[in-house]
Ligand binder design. Structure first.
Ligand code: FAD
Length: 295
């Protein structure tokens, strides 16, 4: 099944995981999946090492196991900046051979340690390549507060429109902590003719250092309400975890009430947190879509 079909009748709820580090115990990810698939998410996406590095084979294996062992739809992430067309074709052939029909086509972050191959400059180049050669459902990344390399949101949305026109079937946002950025972004995408479903990427924050790193890397604004939580509970991990869950539930409740197409939860491989959030919002997710949301 292709993820784009999921949005026809319901508010989609999906999860993201990352593969284990090369030298860590591989079985841990399967314990995590045992618990995450018990939530019955609409799909689980599996990240791919920065820039398309060596973690790729694990991404493919895990995405394949999610389908065959857990009977759950999976999405494989695929950054392209360091790939040649031949390397991209090898990965896509491998994905197809493993029955994976959904790919999150990404540019990847440009690092000073790796030289871009030159075949794919933007994610849209990979989207075009996939749509020309494969029967694969393509997902794209988007940024409610603008991608950090963009001069402004309007410029970023202009590039996003081009990426969608190359064949993106649905979009997933980077995390954001203030829903107003998402609503403003959604209005702007609609007015420039981007009509594919946009899932809101929600990251439950449970660690002050983690969020400070993300803010620096992704250019995400920290609302004052959120900063107060971080400061109050930074030395109390259990309280910070619970406050992070409550904050994410609050964001999701508001997004669903506003008719969001889907929620993509960045689980950080933590099934306890994913379960708590799911339990709090599952009845909201099952509310049928209105005619306007469905059309
Ligand atoms: P693009 O769509 O290519 O955009 C990147 C920048 O280039 C933007 O500023 C855009 O405005 C600009 N741009 C795009 N097209 C043009 C054009 N034609 N002309 C000029 N400028 C243009 N990274 C990983 O390495 N592995 C992962 O698994 C991973 N998963 C992710 C999942 C999600 C949901 C998100 C939001 C991000 C993920 N990333 C991942 C990070 C991502 O690789 C980085 O954010 C990267 O910097 C941009 O990728 P992109 O696909 O959005 O790039």
């Amino acid at each position: 099944m292709k993820t784009a079909e999921l949005f026809k009748n319901k508010t989609v709820f999906s999860l993201e995981i990352f593969p284990p580090k090369p030298d860590s115990d591989e079985s841990v990810i399967y314990n995590t999946l045992d618990e995450l698939t018990d939530i019955h998410p609409d799909f689980i996406s599996v990240t791919y090492g920065a820039g398309g590095g060596k973690n790729g084979c694990k991404t493919i294996q895990i995405a394949s196991d999610i389908i065959t062992k857990y009977n759950t739809l999976s999405v494989a992430h695929m950054p392209c900046i360091n790939l040649t067309k031949n390397q991209a074709a090898d990965i896509l052939d491998d994905l197809t051979a493993h029955g994976i029909k959904n790919v999150l086509a990404l540019r990847g972050d440009i690092s000073k340690d790796t030289i871009p191959s030159g075949d794919f400059k933007h994610a849209s180049d990979l989207v075009t390549f996939i749509k020309e050669h494969y029967d694969i459902n393509v997902i794209g990344a988007c940024y409610p507060e603008a991608h950090p390399e963009s001069n402004n949101l309007n410029e970023d949305i202009k590039h996003l429109k081009y990426k969608v026109d190359c064949g993106v079937d649905h979009l997933i946002t980077q995390l954001f902590l203030d829903n107003r950025y998402f609503y403003d972004f959604k209005d702007k995408t609609l007015s420039c003719g981007i009509n594919v479903p946009i899932e809101a990427g929600i990251m439950p924050v449970t660690n002050k250092k983690q969020i400070e790193r993300m803010v620096k890397m992704c250019g995400v604004m920290l609302p004052s309400k959120f900063v107060k939580i971080l400061n109050r509970y930074e030395n109390n991990p259990v309280a910070l975890r619970d406050a992070g869950i409550a904050y994410a539930v609050d964001q999701i409740t508001d997004l669903i009430a506003e008719g969001v197409s889907g929620i993509h939860l960045y689980t950080m491989n933590n099934p306890y947190i994913a379960r708590k959030i799911y339990d709090a919002v599952q009845n909201l997710l099952s509310q049928p879509l209105t005619y306007a949301e469905n059309s």
